[in-house]
Design a protein around this ligand. Structure first.
Ligand SMILES: [Zn+2]
Length: 273
C-alpha cells in the first residue's frame, strides 16, 4: 500500500534566516531566502521518500504562498501554490494522507528567543487559542491534520519553536536548525547541515508514523483571537457568528471545518484591510 505524505512549508524557521529582508518579497535578500527554503523542503521530500513515501504534496504556506521555486523543488513532489484557499498552510490535506511534515516553522507571537515569532499575521494577531490553549502555527496545523486523522510527525525550525511544538505534540521528530538569541538573531547551522538534519528527521518521522497519534479534535471547536488593536476585532466581528469578547478579542465556535474556514476568512480580511 502506498504512503502519502503532506509537507506544510513556512519560511521563517529556515536555517540562516533571521530577518524580514529574507522573507519578504521585494526585499534585498528574498531571492536567496526562497532558495534556502526550497532546499529545506526538498530535503524533507527526500527523507519522506527514503522512508517509503509514494506520494508527496508540498503546501507553500508563507505570505503570498508563492515562495518555493517550482523548478528547484524535488521533482517527486507536487506543489500547492498561491491564494485564495481554504487553509493557509494545510491546503490540500485530507484523510488519504498518512503523515504531515512541517518545515521552516516559527514560534507563536510572544515567544522569547523565537526567531521572527508571530501568529499568522504578525502586525495584527497577538494570540490565538483553540479550546482555550494558545498554539503556534505548527500546532494549529496539527489540529487541522488531526481533524482528518493524520499525525504531524516532524517539525523543523529554531529551538524555541521545536520546544514549544513538542509541548503540544510530544511524539514528533524535531529538527533544530538554529538557536535564537532574539527575534532577529540566531546561531544557525550551515544550510547543507540543516538539510541533512531535516532529511533524517523526515525519514524517521515518516518511518515511525504508525506510533504517532493524530491530535484529537473536539466538535464543536472553539477559537479565540486577540488582536493588537480594536479596529482589527471590529473587522473580524463582521463575520456572522463571531462573538466579541472584549475590545481586542473575538471568539467563534462551530464544527471544526467551519472554524478552520472562518479563521482563514478573518485572516484574509485582515491581510487585505
Ligand atoms: Zn511565514
Amino acid at each position: 500500500m502506498g504512503c502519502k505524505v503532506f509537507i506544510s512549508a513556512d519560511m521563517e524557521g529556515t536555517a540562516g534566516i533571521v530577518s524580514g529582508l529574507q522573507v519578504t518579497r521585494g526585499q534585498s535578500e528574498y531571492v536567496r531566502g526562497r532558495l534556502l527554503m526550497t532546499r529545506e523542503v526538498s530535503a524533507a521530500v527526500e527523507g519522506a521518500l527514503s522512508a517509503g513515501a509514494t506520494e508527496v504534496v508540498v503546501c507553500d504556506g508563507h505570505a503570498d504562498m508563492q515562495n518555493i521555486l517550482p523548478e528547484e523543488l524535488h521533482p517527486e513532489a507536487r506543489l500547492v501554490r498561491g491564494s485564495i484557499r481554504n487553509s493557509l498552510q494545510m491546503q490540500g490535506i485530507d484523510g488519504t494522507f498518512d503523515a504531515v511534515l512541517i518545515t521552516g516553522a516559527h514560534a507563536a507571537a510572544g515567544t522569547p528567543q523565537g526567531v521572527l515569532d508571530h501568529s499568522w499575521v504578525g502586525s495584527m494577531v497577538h494570540n490565538i487559542r483553540i479550546d482555550g490553549q494558545t498554539l503556534n502555527e505548527a500546532c494549529l496545523n496539527a489540529v487541522v491534520a488531526g481533524y482528518y486523522g493524520v499525525p504531524v510527525v516532524m517539525v523543523s525550525g529554531d529551538s524555541a519553536t521545536i520546544a514549544q511544538t513538542k509541548e503540544f505534540l510530544p511524539q514528533i521528530e524535531g529538527a533544530v536548525v538554529k538557536e535564537g538569541y532574539s527575534r532577529y538573531s540566531a546561531l544557525s547551522l550551515h544550510p547543507e547541515k540543516a538539510c541533512a538534519l531535516i532529511r533524517e528527521s523526515a525519514r524517521l518521522g515518516v518511518f515511525n508514523r504508525g506510533k504517532i497519534k493524530p491530535v484529537k479534535v473536539k466538535n464543536p471547536l472553539s477559537m479565540e483571537i486577540d488582536f493588537f488593536k480594536t479596529d482589527m476585532a471590529d473587522a473580524a466581528e463582521l463575520v456572522p457568528g463571531v462573538e466579541r469578547l472584549s475590545a481586542r478579542s473575538i471568539a467563534y465556535a462551530a464544527d471544526p471545518e467551519t472554524v478552520f474556514k472562518v479563521q482563514e476568512l478573518i485572516l484574509m480580511r485582515l491581510r487585505y484591510q
